[in-house]
Design a protein around this ligand. Sequence first.
Ligand code: ATP
Length: 503
Amino acid sequence: QDDKFKKVISHAKEYGYVFQSSEIYDGLSAVYDYAQNGAELKKNIRDYWWKAMVQMNENIVGIDAAIFMHPTTWKASGHVDAFNDPLIDNKDSKKRYRADVLIEDYCAKIEVKIDKEVKKAEKRFGDSFNKDEFVSTNGRVVGYQEKINTILSRMARSLESEDLADVKLLIEELEIADPLTGSKNWTDVKQFNLMFGTKLGASAETAMDLYLRPETAQGIFVNFLNVQKTGRMKIPFGIAQTGKAFRNEIVARQFIFRMREFEQMEMQFFIKPGTQGEWYKHWKEHRMKWHLSLGMGEDNYRFHDHEKLAHYADAAADIEFKFPFGFKELEGIHSRTDFDLKAHEEHSGKKLQYFDHEENKSYTPYVLETSIGLDRMFLAVFSNALQEEELENGTTRTVLKLPSVLAPVKAAILPLVKKDGLPEIAREIVGELKWDFNVIYDEKDAVGRRYRRQDANGTPFCITVDHDTKEDKMVTIRHRDTMEQQRVKIEELRTIIKEEVDV
Ligand code: ATP
């Protein structure tokens, strides 16, 4: 598993997807740059989300609010007082860790054991194997599961009570060691605020303390009434937004899973109080459908319903994805009640209410939120796509099986040789296709090597121009996943590619 993750990171670099930020200065921890292919993949994921949320829903509109917000915003939202992580230091190594993550990692190791038991049983029972039944009746698995549950609920209780002594005790009892040095010499657990501070204004006396936004949601809440009025929106309706958010994360060793500067795709859905139960269910289902529509495997997703709720929520669930290091949160669906709008009313002194013409009364709407990290989605897509396949001739090929709709480059156009007029025909095809798709031209190396390069790059199609093309106006189109090749007319290319990459 570690191995797979290392391959993901090195492949992302080698093929121009993700680079360490400021690499020539030895990098900046937990900050990354998206390279030529990564920027395209990221944009395609963002567009895929925007299309599903904004374009396809008449009652959802999109905005683009500023990163800087009035500092009172973060008082109202609770981030000044309660946006903390529980930290613990190792006295020997002087390294700092998130106490909750140390405990969660410990539980993830138990989960790996469960996985192993399931796989073993699957092999033994073959077709008659029923996973749900096995997991709920096998003594060893049930024991593991109970252990995880006990640990997590004890941790949740302690974090909620703000008495963090039990979190430390838990770490000691489980004999959790510093992952880097193995030392078990821990300090007490302390809370640490995750917001980045900065200053607005030129002189020291007049400068105003600001925060870089730690989430995009508040830009939506403070604009709720502006959008509702100018867009003449009727409840239920949603406001969506994508954009950068910043958190001074302490545990920063999981590549783009947890970054200090990252991008969120959030949607706040404003509803009538009392209807949150049905909308919570609705958005859980819809968001899961969105994920499954990418064809990345149903087994790679699961819901995690929260027992411990944040101060603003009356129900919350995560959509978890099976990353190379195990199942982890990819997206959150939160029923936030009227917490945010009420808090902003209180701190701003402005009413943020909706007048319901049918009911002939005003109220503060309730909110359902869907919140997904764009970078985390990128990691899910990229790590799931990266595969090594044994071929019939005994060799292996590295292939990045990205969903075609998300692939940075849709087709590579390859002249079989660099002469006899073939490059010119290939360039002409590029000239036509580039109006509709991101395509590239490649003439370097033997065609087999070019195919492999495009496989590893995630390009769904290779289109080869050969000597016959001059006569019959046909080319060979090769499919990345099956490696099947077809002879097709040049004029059909657009339709063939469109069918595969459009949604
Ligand atoms: P975690 O528990 O993993 O820190 P969270 O519960 O704090 O995440 P939310 O505040 O609910 O996360 O943010 C919504 C989404 O934003 C998350 O589901 C995740 O995809 C993404 N996200 C949050 N923090 C980061 C980060 N530091 N780097 C990348 N993505 C992030």
